[in-house]
Every structure is written in structure tokens, then in C-alpha cells.
Design a protein around this ligand. Structure first.
Ligand code: IMP
Length: 445
């Protein structure tokens, strides 16, 4: 008897209902990251809860380079792998497109309230990053310096080398790691990677390999494709897709100089990294910006305040802080960039905007009678003006229009500023943030 005859095929197991999630939203950064996406994630989660949905909060890209602060039981906590919606979610899925440090993830999970700890699910196909990839990040930056190249200014999270390992097919997935019987096997697999210099490999000690494997075994590692199928079929799940970093840092669509990150920053890129199909594209998407632009790491911030505008930067540093959650580095700050925002809108084919840190603008307006908005770029060599975001941003300077502020109340300034953003981006500002709290989000009628 052949094996096929012994097996009784069950047709009811065949999945034919390819229906997408009943409802879903994506939150994406439209500038250079750190636009305050968490605030919108919270608002959407609350809306879905009120509508009676269970919430699946998910990521499909990025790594420990992302960072957001969440208040848990009155205490401020920094998270890098977990989503911003952790506290309101019924399930949190870290998708196959992510690169995850199991030890650091476990530390973050332990910071969650006990009842939320078991909702964190790791896709078995996600790749592992460790101190090895982080050491490789540093090694590459040092090599750039030694060979007189510009450094990238990475967050040092190992995301770039992690993606590189995948490209070279020397990565280790969570599914691979679960098969290792001993930490020695994990170590051997890692050390087989011929791309890694010996000094980088040395980071992987026996104790560290042991800790890695122990942490991996404590995680909820699942077949994320089957899980998404189950959620779709249960009919009461709403999906919130959180896209880390920002469009100006996208590895394909960012700018020159490789001062970009290593996983996609578009909604479609994140969706693909999670395992969503073209029919599952989020019903609603929110492009997050701030009332000004900020950037950390290498690469030109074209609208950066000039030395003469230092006082205006101080207003932002005093009110917002503008330090990276992941690195603690001070971010460069500059004027709102409608060119980059339009580019992000175009690539995501989405015009719904949410503008954070709007409370900064009336304060700035007290020091200057008019607030600039960058509406186009001018080539410094040819004088040519472009409305499109160019690859070689360093060849351009900003072209500004101004929002007059003198003699106006704070509310009038904010209202005119929002109208100007809508005019110069062609977008619709549906909400704006006026303070650090996650509840400081004002929806426009
Ligand atoms: P990497 O993603 O750590 O490789 O860093 C590449 C570039 O992206 C650097 O300029 C980083 O500062 C920047 N970057 C990466 N992640 C974030 C983020 O979440 N917010 C802001 N900048 C980021």
C-alpha cells in the first residue's frame, strides 16, 4: 500500500476563504522617523476597542533601531521590539520581516503587565540579531572611518548586518534556533558565517550563546502565516500595522549616502514583511509628521535651522527633547519639509496626515514673525527648482514659503499653519498633537 492511500485527506482543512481582515489601519512615519507614531496607534486601538474588535498589533519590519516610550503602571518604559499598542492589544505579532534580539525582547516583555506578557508572538521566520550583529554594525562604521568614507550613523542595533546575513543566507531564524539541542549548536551555526571577521565572532561566548538559546525557548514562537489565517477567519480582529522608522530612511526610496535603514519603511513593505497580501492592505493609513522636521544619524537635513536660528531650535529642544529613544543622540531639527512629506504621500498613495508637536509652532512664532515651510528644493549648482524629493538631497537647498504669525492668537497660528501644510502637501490633516502625553491628540472635524 502506498503512503497516499493510507492518508485520509480532509477537505475541510482546505482554506478557501481568502477574505482580508475586517478592518485595519497602518501608521507610518512620513519623514525621518521619531514622528510620534505611538500616539496615533493608541488612538486607533481605542477606536477599535469601542467598536468591539479584538486588536492584533503587528510589525513586519525594523528591529531594535525603532524606539518608543510607553507608560506602564505610571512608569515610563522604552520599547524597541514591542509595538506601541502593546497595552491595548489582544495579540502582538512580530512578523517575519523583523530582526529580533531574543534576550532584549524578553527583557521588554517582562516590563509588560503580567496579563499582557503572553500576547507577544514571534514569527518563527523572523531572523535573530544579537551582540554579534551589533558588533558588526560598529565594525562596519569603523571600517568606513578608516577608509575615509562617511559613516552611516546607525543606531548600532545590528539591523543592517542582520539584513545582510539574510541576503548572504547566513542568518538564523527563530525556527532554526528551536531545532538546536544545545547552545553549542547555535554557536557553531553562527560561527560558520564567513562574512564575519574573527574579532566580531569573538563576541559570541559560550555563556552568551546559552543565554540566547534560553531566551529563545522562553518566547512564544509561532507560525505567523497560520496565525494570520486564524485571525481572519475568526471575524472579530482589527489589525494595526505599525511601520517603524520613516520614509526618508527607506532603503530603496531614501536618499544618497546610504544614510538609510535596512528594512522597508513603506506601508506595503511592512505589510509584506508581516505576511499580508495585496487584498489585506490597511483600510486606513495615517502618515505621521511633526510640525517641524528632525533627523538623527548621517545625511543632510535639508531644512535644518541655520546657526542664526539656534534660538528657535532651543524652543524645540526645551519642549520636546528631541533625543533618539534608542541612542539618546540629539536630533538635528529644522523646518517642516513639504517636499519629503509629499514624497512619502506619493509612495504610500495616501494623503491622511497627523501632525505632532504642533504646540511648538506658536512658541516659535513668538520669536519670529513668520514660520517657514519648505515647499520645494532648489539645486545649488543649476538653480533648477524641483517639487520632487531628489536622490541627491545634498545638491539642493530649501525653498520656503511663510506662515505669517504676528498679531495672531496661538489657536489662529495653529489653524493657519495646518492650512498651509494642507496647501503645500495636498494632504488632509485629520489630527494633530499638542503635548507629550498620548492623550494630547486633537482630531479635526
Ligand atoms: P540603522 O537603522 O540603525 O541601520 O540606522 C540607519 C539610519 O537610520 C541612521 O541615520 C539612524 O539614525 C536612522 N534610524 C534608524 N532607526 C531610526 C528610528 O527609529 N528613528 C529615527 N532614525 C532612525
Amino acid at each position: 500500500m502506498s503512503i497516499a492511500e493510507e492518508f485520509e485527506f480532509d477537505p475541510s482543512k482546505v482554506w478557501t476563504n481568502h477574505r482580508p481582515f475586517l478592518t485595519s489601519s497602518a501608521i507610518v512615519g512620513a519623514n525621518y522617523g521619531d514622528e510620534g507614531k505611538g500616539k496615533m496607534v493608541d488612538a486607533i486601538a481605542e477606536k477599535y476597542k469601542k467598536e468591539g474588535y479584538k486588536i492584533l498589533s503587528a510589525r513586519g519590519q525594523g528591529s531594535g533601531n525603532a524606539g518608543h516610550t510607553v507608560v506602564v503602571n505610571g512608569k515610563k518604559m522604552d520599547f524597541h521590539y514591542l509595538t506601541s499598542a502593546g497595552l491595548s492589544a489582544d495579540a502582538m505579532l512580530l512578523g517575519p520581516g523583523m530582526l529580533i534580539d531574543p534576550i532584549r525582547l524578553l527583557e521588554e516583555i517582562k516590563k509588560l503587565p503580567e496579563e499582557k506578557q503572553s500576547i507577544v508572538l514571534v514569527a518563527e521566520r523572523a531572523a535573530i540579531v544579537t551582540d554579534v550583529e551589533r558588533a558588526m554594525d560598529v565594525w562596519c562604521e569603523n571600517k568606513r572611518k578608516e577608509t575615509n568614507q562617511k559613516i552611516i550613523g546607525t543606531t548600532g542595533s545590528g539591523v543592517g548586518p542582520g539584513v545582510g546575513n539574510r541576503g548572504y543566507r547566513f542568518h538564523v531564524t527563530f525556527a532554526d534556533a528551536l531545532k538546536f539541542k544545545t547552545a553549542e549548536e547555535l554557536k557553531e551555526q553562527y560561527l560558520k558565517n564567513p562574512i564575519l571577521p574573527e574579532e566580531v565572532k569573538a563576541v559570541l561566548t559560550d555563556e552568551y550563546a546559552e543565554e540566547l538559546l534560553n531566551s529563545i525557548r522562553k518566547l512564544n514562537i509561532i507560525d505567523s502565516v497560520a496565525f494570520l489565517k486564524k485571525c481572519r477567519s475568526e471575524d472579530n480582529w482589527a489589525l494595526i500595522l505599525e511601520v517603524s522608522q520613516g520614509m526618508g530612511l527607506d532603503p530603496l526610496f531614501g536618499h544618497e549616502g546610504h544614510n538609510v535603514t535596512s528594512t522597508p519603511c513603506t506601508i506595503i513593505g511592512a505589510a509584506s514583511g508581516l505576511g499580508l497580501s495585496q487584498w489585506d492592505m490597511p483600510e486606513e493609513a495615517y502618515l505621521m509628521v511633526k510640525a517641524y522636521t528632525s533627523k538623527v544619524g548621517g545625511g543632510k537635513l535639508i531644512t535644518k535651522h541655520t546657526p542664526k536660528e539656534e534660538k528657535l531650535s532651543s524652543v524645540i529642544y526645551d519642549m520636546v527633547g528631541e533625543r533618539g529613544v534608542t541612542t539618546g543622540r540629539k536630533r538635528d531639527v529644522g523646518w517642516f519639509d513639504a517636499v519629503l512629506t509629499r514624497y512619502a504621500m506619493n509612495l504610500n498613495q495616501e494623503s491622511t496626515l497627523c501632525v505632532n508637536c504642533m504646540d511648538v509652532i506658536p512658541k516659535i512664532a513668538k520669536l519670529t514673525d513668520r514660520v517657514p515651510i519648505c515647499v520645494a528644493y532648489r539645486n545649488t549648482q543649476t538653480g533648477e527648482v524641483t517639487y520632487d524629493y531628489p536622490y541627491h538631497v545634498s545638491d539642493y537647498e530649501p525653498v520656503y514659503q511663510y506662515v505669517e504669525a504676528s498679531g495672531k492668537t496661538d489657536d489662529e497660528i495653529i489653524s493657519d499653519y495646518i492650512k498651509a501644510i494642507e496647501l503645500y502637501t495636498g494632504g488632509k490633516v485629520v489630527a494633530y498633537g499638542v503635548g507629550p502625553g498620548r492623550d494630547a491628540l486633537i482630531w479635526r472635524k
